[in-house]
Design a protein around this ligand. Structure first.
Ligand SMILES: N#Cc1c(N)ncnc1-c1cnn(CCN2CCOCC2)c1
Length: 288
């Protein structure tokens, strides 16, 4: 695949856990984001990849970009560079932005790093919360809990809004917060109408150097950047109340087959296929 990309002038620029970023010397204002089939859990990239995952999450990002009435980084127009057919269904051609170094996290429910911080401080990112909340509880209202983007392989660090002001300045910090909360409101409402809870998500924004417009970047509202729960399971309150729509099968299998030391075992074919089916199901339910 990389030969086909190189033959078309694409040069590798950045590797994330599950996605790659390419640039093109003849098209400096554009970049290519390619999603792999890799899946990560417990901070490990697992083997094997999940067939179709990259294409399914790319389709979900594209769908959400269409649903959201905000400027985004998808490239459009006539004179676009060619993308190899082998990766086209899991690739997004995007405009190069001046990226802001803030992970714009919005939480409608208390979970993950938010739950960890809450237990220690009864707050998240400096936002005080009511006492007595449990893991997975719905918050009184969605909260903006930014994070500083840590280097590859390290955990992002939750920061206060005031710290984000120091990082990007007051006008941009406020615009990031307001845009993130507005998008989350729209997306969580749409997901709820499909019986899916959007518990939390992470946006990335940049400023378009050509226009100065704050622009939604990266992937958007995928199950890699968001926690999605099944609303019926959540309401039932059982052990699967907080089951991640796509990764719970993998997490449960690892919990029974790995002691969390060393590298995780290879996923058996049945787990791989059931997980692939869950990615397909989430896309089908959200985009129905
Ligand atoms: N999107 C975007 C984007 C853009 N439109 N313009 C300039 N830079 C970036 C960019 C560069 N790094 N990241 C971090 C997230 N990456 C996303 C791709 O996959 C790897 C991780 C975003």
């Amino acid at each position: 695949m990389t030969d086909a990309l190189a033959e078309l002038g694409w040069q590798h620029a950045y590797s994330g856990k599950v996605r790659e970023l390419y640039e093109h010397a003849a098209h400096p204002a554009l970049m290519l984001v390619i999603a792999s089939d890799r899946v990560s859990a417990f901070d490990h990239v697992l083997e094997p990849g999940i067939p179709g995952k990259g294409a399914l999450l790319t389709e979900l990002s594209r769908w959400w970009f269409e649903q959201l009435d905000v400027p985004n980084h998808l490239a459009a127009g006539d004179d676009l560079p060619e993308v190899p057919t082998e990766v086209a269904d899991r690739a997004m051609l995007v405009r190069r932005l001046d990226m802001h170094p803030v992970e714009c996290v919005v939480r409608g429910y208390l979970s993950g790093s938010g739950w960890v911080e809450y237990q220690a401080t009864q707050s998240v990112c400096g936002i005080p919360l009511p006492a007595g909340l449990r893991d997975g509880d719905r918050l009184p209202e969605p909260i903006y809990t930014p994070a500083w983007k840590a280097p590859m392989g390290e955990h992002d660090e939750n920061i206060t809004f005031e710290r984000s002001v120091e990082l990007v300045g007051a006008p941009v910090a406020a615009a990031l917060r307001d845009a993130s909360l507005a998008i989350f409101a729209r997306a969580s409402s749409l997901a709820a109408s499909r019986g899916v809870i959007l518990a939390d998500t992470k946006f990335e924004f940049g400023t378009d150097p050509a226009t100065g417009v704050l622009t939604l970047a990266d992937e958007v509202l995928t199950s890699d950047s968001s926690r999605y729960w099944d609303a019926e399971l959540y309401a039932a309150g059982g052990p699967d109340r907080l089951a991640s729509f796509d990764k719970q099968i993998v997490r449960n299998w690892l919990a029974s087959n790995w002691d969390r030391t060393g590298t995780p075992p290879t996923l058996p074919p049945e787990i791989v296929e059931r997980t692939a089916a869950r990615y397909r199901e989430l896309l089908a339910r959200l985009t129905a």
